[in-house]
Design a protein around this ligand. Structure first.
Ligand code: HEC
Ligand code: HEC
Length: 367
């Protein structure tokens, strides 16, 4: 056995042991929460999208015409060109920077039979996604596979994912999971505390956009995530992120919940999600993910519509949280640096690809 190989084996053994202990630990925690496991489970027939439009977007009835976007579109740094129709072909999404990732499995680039769309359309070729979908970059493959199975079984709601996962083969699920797991997480939507936000509308692709010339309005108790550059977001440019506006005071309030359990209202997240909230074994990374997405999940765990095999562990976490608490927790977690499970919060894998928060003068960008 060469030294290289031996090192590799030793690392694998260590890794296996760590995962083994993480599993035992989670099993013990699961027992502690058993009584709440079955409360609140709903069947998919009863399920309705919660009426909280800032977090669970529905297409605006009025669609202001903003930009015709005729002809070939470009994004900075890429030599490629696609028309808007090509960009919006969910079965064949654009790949602006093919050199930045390994070859995509077919299901990621162009979907599969039975209406399975290319995963890279909604989740982008970087995996970072839009706030109305989800950030998959660097999640563990085992976690991704479990979510796909939960969507399929109706243990987790989300129209697009429920429909597609039913026709997704196990092999395609595995290949997609492994490909997204290998992508690097990065800062994608800086969090900014603010009083007022631009007036907005939801476009045909369920993305929130500023309403041109309409002025602003109080942020209220909402999280408003907007593209840093509207045209580039419409091009599904994986280099152009978002900015998340949150109510003032959210970060300090959220920090108290996350780090101390908020005087017994919840449980410290790091116990299960790892010290930097970048994941532990099969418990997913949450640091630096979209706060709008994070809010939706906290809400789903509480209303019982997300109740997969491991969702039970989140039941006790959210049981006493109000919606405002969830806004604060989501804002704080989103403001933390994304990274890899092993590394510290400043791990080399966390890169800043979207560091320029869109023009906010009175806003304070979270550290
Ligand atoms: C039409 C858009 C669309 C496409 C295409 C799509 N997804 Fe999704 N996906 C979503 C949305 C929306 C959500 C978030 C649901 C929610 O808010 O809970 C999501 C969530 C997920 C999640 C959960 C992430 C997490 O952190 O738990 C996984 C895993 C996932 N998608 C995998 C895939 C894979 C694999 C494919 C390709 C086969 C795919 N998706 C294609 C829209 C899409
Ligand atoms: C007892 C263990 C435990 C604790 C404590 C815990 N979590 Fe979780 N959390 C989990 C597990 C396990 C999952 C994955 C559930 C699944 O597979 O559906 C999860 C999933 C999540 C998700 C969904 C992630 C995604 O990508 O969809 C969010 C958001 C979340 N947790 C937030 C939190 C926050 C915030 C805290 C602290 C206030 C917290 N969790 C504390 C175990 C825990």
């Amino acid at each position: 056995m060469t030294i290289e190989k031996r090192k590799h084996t030793a690392r694998n053994t260590k890794e296996n042991m760590r995962r083994h202990f993480a599993r035992i630990f989670i099993f013990v925690l699961a027992l502690a929460f058993l009584p709440v496991i079955f409360i609140g489970a709903q069947s998919s027939e009863q399920w309705k999208l919660p009426d909280i439009p800032w977090a669970f977007p529905i297409r605006g009835k009025v669609q202001p015409v903003i930009d015709e976007r005729n002809g070939p579109q470009h994004v900075p740094g890429s030599a490629k060109a696609y028309t808007q129709d090509q960009i919006d072909d969910l079965a064949n999404p654009p790949d602006w920077f093919p050199d930045e990732h390994t070859a995509m499995p077919k299901v990621v680039s162009s979907g599969a039979a039975g209406g399975v769309l290319g995963c890279a359309s909604c989740h982008l070729a970087s995996g970072l996604g839009h706030p109305e979908s989800a950030n998959l970059a660097g999640l563990s493959a085992a976690y991704i596979v479990r979510q796909l199975a939960d969507f399929k079984a109706g243990n987790r709601m989300g129209e697009a994912m429920n429909d597609m996962s039913r026709n997704l083969s196990d092999e395609d699920a595995r290949q997609a999971a492994e490909w997204f797991a290998a992508l690097k997480p990065s800062v994608w939507q800086p969090v900014v505390e603010i009083d007022r936000v631009p007036k907005t509308f939801i476009n045909m692709h369920l993305m929130r956009m500023p309403l041109p010339g309409a002025g602003d309005e109080p942020v209220g108790s909402r999280i408003i995530e907007l593209p840093q550059d509207v045209a580039r977001a419409e091009s599904r440019d994986p280099h152009s992120g978002f900015v998340a506006y949150v109510p003032k005071g959210s970060l300090a309030k959220g920090k108290a919940f996350v780090t101390t359990g908020g005087n017994g209202k919840t449980i410290q997240c790091a116990i299960c999600h790892g010290p930097s909230l970048n994941g532990l074994g099969e418990v997913p990374a949450i640091a630096g993910h979209s706060p709008m997405y994070l809010f939706r999940q906290l809400y789903y765990f509480k209303d019982g519509s997300r109740h997969g095999s491991m969702g039970a562990l989140m039941k006790g976490v959210v049981a006493q949280m109000t919606q405002d608490d969830m806004v604060a927790v989501a804002a704080y977690v989103a403001s933390l640096p994304p990274g890899t499970e092993e590394g510290s919060s400043t791990g080399a894998a966390a890169e800043t690809s979207a560091s320029t928060a869109a023009g906010t003068s009175d806003g304070k960008t979270a550290k």
